[in-house]
Each structure stands twice: as structure tokens, then as C-alpha cells.
Design a protein around this ligand. Structure first.
Ligand code: ADP
Ligand code: MG
Length: 149
């Protein structure tokens, strides 16, 4: 699915819509260059989960946990990860295979440990379409049969 947005508000609303429909255990991956709108999207998603506190980028902590919404929200930013083993140390699997909703910014950097079942979101600019244009691709791999259950 491809969604085109032309303002931060539209990207926020897309995030909110997905957040409203999110189920426990859903894992979102979020990939896009700096300044494309990953944080805007994440703020919308958090609102859709019922979180009212501001969402910042968990740059220094890798993961930020929000408990106030309909279910826990685990917001990862793995931009500064130098080795996937760092993710083991913070208990990555407990989060992503747990009952909360996970969102992983820069998930491409830890591709090998992303659960097969996830919803992949990519945000891209296209300056020919204008400065505020974003092409947002949502690929749902959350219902694939992994042969596990
Ligand atoms: P990232 O987290 O990917 O680095 P941010 O969400 O922090 O990016 O910033 C995105 C910037 O782009 C904001 O300043 C926002 O106002 C601006 N912007 C302009 N158009 C859009 C759009 N269609 N969707 C999202 N953000 C947009
Ligand atoms: Mg950001």
C-alpha cells in the first residue's frame, strides 16, 4: 500500500490511524532518511494508541517505553547501534515478541533480528512533487505464516 502525504499533519494522521488499529504484539519498522517524518509518524501512532505524553527520539537509550496507552508502546531508535548484540543486551526479543506495540526506527540496520511478522513502513521524499510531499509505503508482513503456530 502506498500513501502520499503533503503535510506533516497528514503523516501524523496516517500514524494515528495505524495506531488506532494496532493489536498487541504488532511490530512496525520505520525507515527513511533524516527529516522525512519518522518522528511525526511515530507521534501520530502513539496518539492512536492513547498516549498523550510527548514522544521524543530515544537516541541515547535505544528504547523508550510508554505505558499509558491501550497497551505498552516500545519505541526503538537503532541509528547508533554498531552491533546487533547490543539489542540482546537491552532485551530486544522480550519487547518485540511481547504484548506491546513496537516501532523500530532505522530497522534496516538490524535487519537480521527483525521478526518475520512485522509491518514495514518506508517514508521517502520526492522533491519534484514539492518540499512537503512524502511517499509512504506500508507493507504488511504481520499475518504471514511463519510455521511457528
Ligand atoms: P525524522 O524523524 O524522519 O528525522 P521528523 O519527523 O523529525 O523527521 O521531521 C520531519 C520534518 O518534515 C518536520 O519538520 C515536518 O514538519 C516536515 N514535513 C514536511 N512535510 C511533511 C510530511 N508530508 N510528512 C511529514 N513531515 C513533513
Ligand atoms: Mg526522528
Amino acid at each position: 500500500m502506498v500513501i502520499e502525504t503533503r503535510s506533516p499533519e497528514e503523516t501524523f494522521t496516517l500514524g494515528e490511524t495505524l495506531g488506532l488499529g494496532a493489536k498487541p504484539g504488532t511490530v512496525y519498522t520505520l525507515v527513511g532518511d533524516l527529516g522525512t517524518g519518522k518522528t511525526v509518524f511515530t507521534q501520530g501512532l502513539a496518539k492512536g494508541l492513547g498516549i498523550t505524553e510527548p514522544i521524543s527520539s530515544p537516541t541515547f537509550t535505544i528504547v523508550q517505553v510508554y505505558e499509558e496507552g491501550r497497551m505498552p508502546f516500545y519505541h526503538f531508535d537503532v541509528y547508533r547501534i554498531s552491533d546487533v548484540e547490543e539489542m540482546d543486551e537491552i532485551g530486544f526479543e522480550d519487547y518485540v515478541y511481547g504484548e506491546g506495540v513496537s516501532l523500530i526506527e532505522w530497522a534496516n540496520l538490524i535487519e537480521e533480528i527483525i521478526p518475520e511478522r512485522h509491518i514495514a513502513i518506508t517514508i521517502e521524499k520526492d522533491l519534484e512533487q514539492g518540499f512537503d510531499y512524502r511517499k509512504i509505503t506500508v507493507d504488511d508482513f504481520s499475518k504471514i505464516d511463519t510455521g511457528e503456530d
